[in-house]
Design a protein around this ligand. Sequence first.
Ligand code: HEM
Ligand code: HEM
Length: 185
Amino acid sequence: MSDTKEKLSPISIFLHWIVGLTIIAMLALGIYMEENEAYQFYDLHKSIGTLIFGVILIRVTWRIKQGWPVPASDYKKIEQLMSKVIHYVLLIGSVMIPMSGLMMSIGGGHELAIFGLELMPANASLTIPDEIVARNELIGGTGHQLHGLVSNVVIAAIVLHVAGALKHHIVDKDSTLKRMLGKSS
Ligand code: HEM
Ligand code: HEM
């Protein structure tokens, strides 16, 4: 069940793709929502984001217990360092994005629900019932800032990460990408 140089564990592969592809879709949805003020998607975005946060915590625990996979072939030191830095940015970013989303929603006093299942009600004003009041403006505001900022950092890291994966596959012709697709070398 553990990762080896020749083959990655099915758990590592499953967690990489479920989290990676969901994050890419959520980044696109988030940017679309923000640019078009598409409020009809907020509940969907928050529901998927909260659910995937649970999977991300499992993914990080699994990675800490397993350690990083050893490189599939002998790369230059600088390449190994770059890929390690990007992997850290991706993994830490995967935690920070949904965590800051939760800070923004909860701190801002908004409702938190997973596909209609309420986890936390909206913090309605005592005097004007239709108005939502922040629970903690500092947490809400910091969450909002971090959510956009870390998303941008992660987008840049994903571009480099995918370029690196393609470079190993097309130029180096090694098993880096194949290993992540479940094939053994
Ligand atoms: C994998 C997880 C997530 C990703 C990749 C993601 C990504 C994004 C991105 C890229 C934006 C646009 C930000 C901008 O352009 O400044 C956004 C907006 C937003 N996200 Fe997320 N998000 C995730 C999880 C969450 C969670 C868990 C929540 C709350 C429970 C949340 C709540 C929001 C809200 C409310 C907005 C709109 C903010 C506004 O209108 O100013 N997100 N998200
Ligand atoms: C289409 C998009 C993607 C492709 C083709 C891809 C490909 C790969 C490949 C081939 C590896 C193995 C590298 C090695 O053996 O050293 C890898 C590892 C990794 N990828 Fe991706 N990836 C993608 C998207 C993502 C996204 C969106 C994230 C996170 C936000 C991510 C996070 C990671 C991390 C943290 C690792 C290190 C090993 C692990 O923890 O599983 N990847 N990826």
